[in-house]
Design a protein around this ligand. Structure first.
Ligand SMILES: Nc1nc2c(ncn2[C@@H]2O[C@H](COP(=O)(O)OP(=O)(O)OP(=O)(O)O)[C@@H](O)[C@H]2O)c(=O)[nH]1
Ligand SMILES: [Mg+2]
Length: 485
């Protein structure tokens, strides 16, 4: 061995020893960020990290407001087998000319940020600095829908999934799949091409139930909706079968093949996710696009409520039998956040929070969160609009002003993305129960259109200033504040 190899090896060893020692002395919070597709996870994490690193104005985040945050910087993440959250790429999108929203991410990713701060207790005495690692984990909320599968065998799951798909409102969408299924004999030979065809039909059905009206059917394998790195993998080539009675199926039958794959999915996909990632989280924020559901009408709201109930079930450790086999999550603080609040005038922000509280109320009331604190709030991680007032029919009304994205329409007007426009977003109803019925069912529609991100502001020393936000600081206080005292 050459001497340089030896010294290289020795310094590697020293470095990993240093890392190890640093981990021992630097406490770590693992913060989970989840939500259904397009709920705003990527934008939230990017804005949070940007605000910490670039010293954003965060009046309700105590450590920042009290001037105790000294430095924040990115560090290599601890888990080598998880893709890194591409913070720099997302910032590059948001600060491009014209600015654009980051691309959809659709899989798990992780980022570590190190914070140096002064504790409040010793602040006056000017004692040294303290470090905290925040490991942020972005993962699809759809994956949480898999938890109930752990308690079901293949026959039970098949029955439940078929029952769901036969409901009136889904009949039209499941028709093609059910026609194919009617010709299938579960006792017949386990044929790969047939398995693939059935799995594809189920995935199409699931996608259509969603595309249709922002809806989710219960008991889908979460990866069917959001495959992550398993896109096209044989691990996802199974589907429910229709067995009459309590038949026994021979080895080599289609049923046996599907049952084996279903169990493999549980063992190799569902369990590792809950075991390796979910159960290690300390804090959790669940992002919810309440406005999109309100826009979709009462059926969309009802579906969102159901999906949230299932998702929140995962945080309910007290009475949940499934957890005993998988380690319990140790989450002690949960924030439920309605995103994109900048689509509303500030007068409606409290109402949006009330609607979210109502939407998740049933799930929360049922749940024992084993002492976890739950906070509900409305936020915009990046505020794409400004507030103003404008006259309409002689009356002065509060409005929001932003650049509607190309292709957005209001009435007959179609936007090209280059002109700012003032919009009267209307008020959310003060009574959350009215909102649950869905806004588009109301005669006086409240419609939401999408805006492009705000213009970035260059800092003299290089880089960009954090974007304006709504209540992002309150979310940060609820999630991290107590660990920075
Ligand atoms: N106005 C406004 N729009 C937002 C905000 N956050 C997200 N959006 C919009 O919502 C879209 C989706 O946001 P993302 O952060 O990419 O959502 P995601 O949950 O990461 O989505 P996936 O990666 O596809 O699961 C963005 O492209 C924006 O159009 C916000 O704070 N304000
Ligand atoms: Mg994303």
């Amino acid at each position: 061995m050459a001497i340089s190899d030896f010294t290289q090896g020795a310094s590697d060893a020293a470095a990993s020893l240093r890392d190890y020692a640093a981990d021992l002395v630097t406490p770590t919070i693992r913060l989970g960020v989840t939500g259904l597709a397009r709920s705003g996870k990527t934008v939230f994490i990017t804005a949070l990290v940007h605000n910490l690193i670039a010293g954003g104005r965060l009046p309700f985040f105590d450590a920042a407001a009290e001037g105790r945050l000294l430095r924040a910087y990115l560090e290599p993440q601890p888990d080598d087998d998880v893709p890194r959250f591409e913070f720099e790429k997302h910032i590059a999108d948001l600060t491009a000319d014209p600015p654009r929203w980051p691309e959809s991410t659709r899989r798990i990713s992780q980022l570590r940020i190190a914070l140096e701060y002064r504790t409040a207790k010793f602040w006056k005495r000017q004692l040294g600095r303290t470090r905290l690692h925040i490991d942020i984990i972005d993962y699809p909320g759809e994956w949480l829908l898999d938890l109930p599968l752990m308690d079901l065998d293949y026959a039970q799951w098949s029955r439940a999934a078929l029952h769901e798909s036969r409901k009136t409102e889904r009949k039209a969408i499941s028709k093609t799949w059910h026609q194919a299924l009617a010709a299938v004999d579960p006792a017949g030979p386990g044929d790969e091409a047939l398995a693939e065809r059935l799995a594809t039909l189920v995935k199409t059905y699931l996608r259509e139930t969603r595309a249709d009206q922002y809806s989710l059917s219960t008991l889908p394998p979460g990866r069917f909706l959001m495959p992550g790195d398993l896109e096209g993998s044989p691990a996802l080539t199974f589907a429910p079968l229709d067995a009459k009675g309590e038949d026994e199926f021979a080895r080599g039958s289609l049923w046996a093949m599907m049952a084996r794959r279903y169990e493999a999915y549980k063992t190799h996909v569902v369990r590792p996710f809950f075991h390796n990632h979910f159960s290690r989280l300390d804090r959790q924020i669940v992002l919810i696009d309440v406005l999109a559901a309100l826009n979709g009408g009462s059926a969309a709201v009802a579906d969102l409520e159901r999906a949230m109930t299932e998702i929140l079930e995962c945080y309910r450790t007290g009475a949940n039998t499934i957890w005993s086999s998988m380690l319990w999550p140790r989450i002690d603080r949960i924030v439920l956040a309605a995103t994109k609040a900048d689509h509303l005038h500030q007068d409606s922000h409290d109402r949006l929070e009330a609607i979210l509280a109502r939407l998740t109320g049933r799930a929360l009331a049922r749940a024992k969160y084993s002492g976890a604190e739950v906070k509900v709030l409305a936020l915009a991680a990046i505020r794409a609009t400004q507030e103003g007032s404008a006259k309409r029919n002689g009356e002065t009304l509060p409005c929001i002003i932003g650049y509607p994205l190309p292709g957005e329409t209001i009435g007959r007007r179609r936007f090209d993305g280059n002109e700012p426009f003032a919009i009267f977003p209307g008020d959310l109803p003060a009574d959350p129960d009215l909102a649950m019925k869905g806004l588009v069912d109301e005669p006086d529609d409240v419609r939401f259109i999408r805006f492009r991100p705000p213009d970035p502001i260059k800092l003299p020393g290089g880089g960009f200033a954090p974007f304006p936000n709504i209540r992002l600081d309150r979310a940060m206080q609820a999630l991290l504040g107590d660990r920075l005292t």
